[in-house]
Design a protein around this ligand. Structure first.
Ligand code: ATP
Length: 353
């Protein structure tokens, strides 16, 4: 028997709706592979937790998460719930920094050409790796005098964070099509010239992997013009934040884009999207990103049984999405959140019998 303890943080907005579907498919995997057992405990973190108790990320909850094998997170933050300086509450970013989850993995894949707004949208299959602990997001620790004459942010790039990030990118590329694209702005910013220099040093240790360096503005263009050319893309925090939304748009939108925030000890798996307050409570959120994030968690957990579970869940998603009418409204379909989850869970069970 392989037992795992999972901390479940449904969060705000559509977070709880899609988390329920992720857990539904996890239970289907558990039924399909009797050797696997998941002990899931829900914890309250986010804007609603702030409204309840005054802190979006209570320290006791943060400590408790560390006792679990993995963390599954829905989405957090609500536009109307802000700190006095106007910033939204983003405990999911605090968790990344506290648990040192430096490697933000964002797989982008077309499951059916109809999902893409591009004429050439079939067969996109890339992974965007976003540095998660510094970069331009380092500026979030500062503050702005909203009535003052200026505001300024700091972009931080350290050797330590960059080296470990690039090693993750090259190791992943070795399991894929052996190509890493660095996305930077080395022609303008000293931090990015430094980032590129470190990239080239790490690249020398992986002579079997092809590399290229592309400025972030050109990367936005190339992602739209020839997305199939990319395998693993690696970039700093803010560029990754922006490009991952763009890339998700190429394959059907935020509801199709999973993510894993991985460190050396802990990992959090969550859809790339936010709390989507415009559709919260309507039962129409797309749970695919959450279900694929659940599959990524299974890939990451140790042992063959969980990896087998990950493969089973990925295949179940593929088999359901092969029919382009099996979609929620955000991707042109009519299915409700729970119906999409039901279909994928049923496909897991069908594949195992
Ligand atoms: P954040 O800043 O928290 O990342 P965001 O500004 O990127 O959030 P989202 O909450 O991700 O915004 O929503 C962006 C748009 O995508 C909204 O119109 C929302 O309804 C839609 N959207 C996001 N996730 C989903 C989903 N799972 N299903 C359907 N639509 C979604």
């Amino acid at each position: 028997m392989t037992d795992f303890r999972i901390a479940v943080l449904p969060g705000d907005g559509i977070g709880p709706d899609v988390t329920a579907e992720g857990l539904k498919t996890l239970r289907a995997v558990e039924t399909a592979i009797p050797e696997l057992r998941f002990h899931c405990d829900e914890m309250s973190v986010g804007a609603n937790e702030f409204l309840r108790g005054g802190d979006p990320l209570p320290p006791a909850t943060m400590e408790r998460m560390k006792d679990y094998d993995a963390i599954l997170l829905g989405a957090m933050g609500l536009p109307g719930v802000r700190w006095p300086d106007g910033k939204e509450m983003t405990p999911q970013i605090d968790i990344r920094e506290i648990l040192d989850l430096y490697c933000g993995l964002r797989p982008i894949r077309t499951y059916h050409a109809d999902d893409s707004p591009l004429k050439n949208g079939a067969n996109i299959d890339l992974v965007l790796i976003r540095e998660n602990t510094e970069g331009l997001f380092f500026g979030r620790h500062g503050s702005a005098d909203l009535n003052g004459d200026m505001a300024q942010d700091t972009m931080r790039v350290t050797r330590h964070a960059s080296v470990r990030l690039f090693h993750s990118a090259f190791k992943l590329a070795r399991e894929r099509r052996k190509k890493v694209t660095l996305v930077d702005k080395a022609n303008v910013l000293p931090t990015m010239a430094y980032f590129r220099h470190i990239f080239q040093q790490v690249a020398a240790e992986y002579p079997d992997v092809a590399t290229e360096s592309v400025y972030v503005d050109a990367a936005a263009l190339f992602l739209v013009r020839r997305p199939q050319d990319f395998d693993v893309m690696v970039t700093e925090n803010m560029f990754g934040d922006i490009l991952s939304d763009l890339a998700s748009g190429l394959v059907g939108g935020m509801g199709m884009a999973p993510s894993g925030d991985i460190g050396d000890k802990y990992a959090v798996f969550q859809p790339s999207h936010g709390t989507a307050p415009d559709i919260a409570g309507m039962g129409i959120a797309n749970p695919v990103a959450m279900i694929l994030s659940t599959a990524m968690m299974l890939d990451w957990l140790p042992g063959e049984a969980s990896k087998q579970g990950g493969r089973l869940l990925h295949r179940a998603v593929e088999s359901i999405l092969a029919d382009p009418s099996a979609r929620t409204p955000d991707v042109g379909g009519i299915l409700k959140t729970h119906e999409m989850g039901d279909r994928i869970a049923a496909a897991v069970l069908a594949a195992s019998t």
